[in-house]
Each structure stands twice: as C-alpha cells, then as structure tokens.
Design a protein around this ligand. Structure first.
Ligand SMILES: Cc1cc2nc3c(=O)[nH]c(=O)nc-3n(C[C@H](O)[C@H](O)[C@H](O)COP(=O)(O)OP(=O)(O)OC[C@H]3O[C@@H](n4cnc5c(N)ncnc54)[C@H](O)[C@@H]3O)c2cc1C
Length: 328
C-alpha cells in the first residue's frame, strides 16, 4: 500500500513521482513499457512553447514557472545522479510570426525581450534539454528517493469501491494506494469514461549529424524547427498528424524536414538522416489536464500537455502535489 500510485512513467509521471517523494509520500509508479520511451523520449526538449502567444494563459503560466526552475533542477539532477541532461540556454531564433500584433502584445505583457537578428528575432532566454537524458536522470533520481518503479506492467483497470479508487489492476498484480494519478500521456483516456478528451497527435522528427557550432540557436520557422545539440547533432521537427496510434514513418516527411533545414542553412546541405522517429503527443481539449477527477474519490490526472509536456513538467508536478495535499 502506497500513499500514491502513478500510472505512466513519462516525464509527467516521473516528475510527479519526484515531487511527491520529496514531499514525504510513498510512491509506486507503474509503466506499461520501460519508463521514458514514449512521447517524452520522442520530443525535442525545447523548454518553451514554440510561439507562446498562440497558447492559453494556463499553458504560459505552467511554462514560465517551469522555465524559472529548470536550470537548477537539471543541476540538482546532475549532482544527485551524475547524468548531464545538457540543459543549454541556446536561445531561439524565430524567423516568422514574431512581428505580428499578438506576438508584440504578448512580449510586452510578459516582459520578454527579443533581440534583433539578421534572420528574425532572437529569444535569448529559451533553453533546451536533451530529453532522453533528462528521463534517465529522473528515473535514477526517483529510485534513489525510494519510489518503487514497476515496469512492463500495464494498468488494465482501476479498482473502484463505492466511488472511491482503491488502487489499480495490472496484468500481473494489484496495487493499492490512497491516491491514484493518471499520467498516461496519449493513452490516459483508456482508463476512464473520458474517451476522446485526451487523444494522440503524432509527431515525426529526424536527426542529422553535423558539427558543434554549425548552428548556435534553436531555429523556428513556419512551424518547423532545428535543435542543435551539444555534440553537433541537429534535431529537425516536426509533423502534427491526427492518425490515432499509427507509429509508421513516412520517408517523404524525412526528406521534407531535411529540405527545410538545408533551405535555411546552406551548411546543412548534403546532410543525411541519422534517425527518423515518431511519438504521440497527449492532446486534450482543455489544453492541459491537471485536476482531481470529480466522479471518483482518490483519483487525479496530470496529462494532456500536447506539445509542451517537457517544458511544463516541473510546475505541473507542483500543481498536482498541491491538489493532493489540499484534498488530504
Ligand atoms: C515529435 C515531438 C516533439 C516534441 N517536442 C517537444 C518540445 O520540444 N518541448 C516540449 O515541452 N514538449 C515536446 N513534445 C511534447 C512532449 O513530448 C509531451 O507533451 C510529453 O512528453 C508528455 O509527457 P507524458 O509523460 O504525459 O507522456 P509520455 O511520455 O507518452 O508518457 C506516458 C507514459 O504512460 C505510459 N502508460 C500509458 N498508459 C498506461 C497504462 N495503462 N499502464 C501503464 N503505463 C501506461 C506510457 O507507456 C508512457 O510511457 C514533443 C512531442 C513530440 C511527439
């Protein structure tokens, strides 16, 4: 019996587990595959919404509060686990949209300055993290903090008695806890009668090998972006596709992403694709779902972060913690 059962070991589940464990709760996290292999792995790791003025206030609040703690969080994870998440404030060069009225208004309201750049506007404060490493660091950290991680165990259903969730049933065994928290990413709807409130939006991305310094900043143009990693690799993304849970890769998409990169930066002409992958962003009608599930006692959701789960994760975990503390 744990204080908290977390369903799903992506960035949201593991960050939630960390916040709860730090607060003194006993936590069991149950993951159907290995932790950190779905959307949180597939993402780019930009610690900001792409065009922030296109998002709701709540997404911006969660993002900004998370941005304020990310650097220190990554430093703490490095000190505690020895895993370098490669948090880098590489800045984001925006080549379009920055001069629209909404953008100028948003920057004034949020006191965000963009520097003039020959190719657009440079948002110097925007950072990136190497998300697969962040996930490894989080897993290592929560294990050290005493979180029990159960992998390769799919939660099949909730154990409910008199409108209270007592625990979860997996294919192997049952787990019991005072609070159950669904952090199941794009799969979160499956355990509840909220079909279609959380649903997958597929994204395809590629990575090419280049040299460190060829690109200095994250680059964004027409919804496509380039993310230069420390070792010279450059991620190029991404598509947004409403195709359900179809993981298939379209070669033409890879070619188009490569063309996007070389059309913006001649130094990238002739590069070849090192890897091409897809992932399922958890979309939600409300933009993000961090809430107590009112129909059942002891049940919470932290999901539906769509394109911003990596950047909103720290504050999402704090909000979840506050909700649970408030209810108990
Ligand atoms: C191509 C792409 C680029 C992206 N770029 C960025 C970016 O630059 N910045 C950013 O902030 N965000 C980005 N995102 C979005 C971000 O990756 C997601 O918002 C975030 O990873 C969601 O985290 P999660 O933990 O909710 O989901 P996931 O990482 O998908 O984790 C959910 C986990 O729950 C498990 N699970 C589900 N159901 C069950 C069950 N019944 N039992 C047990 N386990 C279960 C799954 O196996 C999975 O491991 C991107 C996404 C994609 C696809």
């Amino acid at each position: 019996m744990s204080d908290c059962l977390i369903i799903g070991g992506g960035v949201i589940g593991m960050m939630s587990a960390r916040a709860l464990a730090i607060s003194g709760a006993t936590v069991t996290l149950i993951e159907q595959r290995a932790c950190g292999k779905e959307s949180s792995w597939a993402g780019g790791g930009i610690i900001s919404p792409l065009y922030p003025w296109m998002y709701s206030d709540v997404v911006n609040e969660l993002s900004m509060a998370s941005q304020a703690v990310y650097e220190e969080l990554c430093a703490t994870l490095f000190a505690d686990t020895g895993i370098d998440t490669e948090y880098i404030r590489s800045g984001l060069l925006m080549m379009d949209e920055y001069d629209r009225y909404e953008a100028i208004d948003w920057m004034a309201v949020h006191k965000v300055n963009a520097e003039k750049h020959p190719q657009g506007a440079l948002f110097t404060a925007v950072a990136q993290v190497r998300n697969p490493r962040l996930l490894k660091a989080l897993k290592s950290d929560i294990l050290k903090r005493g979180v029990e991680i159960v992998e390769f165990s799919k939660v099949e259903e909730l154990i409910v008695e008199k409108d209270k969730v007592l625990g979860v049933k997996t294919e192997h065994k049952n787990y019991y806890g005072d609070n159950s928290i669904i952090c199941g990413g794009a799969w979160s709807s499956a355990l509840l009668d909220i079909k279609n409130e959380v649903y997958p939006v597929k994204g395809q991305m590629i990575v090419i090998k280049s040299k460190p310094g060829v690109l200095e900043h994250i680059v964004l143009d027409k919804g496509r972006y380039l993310i230069p990693r420390k070792d010279g690799r450059i991620l190029i993304g991404s598509t947004t596709e409403n195709v359900g849970f179809d993981r298939s890769l379209n070669k033409q998409v890879g070619v188009e992403l490569l063309e996007f990169a070389s059309s913006r930066f001649t130094a990238l002409r002739g590069a070849s694709i090192e890897h091409h992958w897809s992932g399922f962003r958890p979309a939600s009608k409300s933009g993000v779902m961090i809430k107590k599930y009112e129909k059942l006692e002891g049940l919470y959701l932290n999901t539906g972060h769509l394109r911003n789960g990596l950047n909103m994760a720290p504050e999402s975990a704090e909000r979840l913690l506050a909700l649970i503390n408030h209810a108990n």
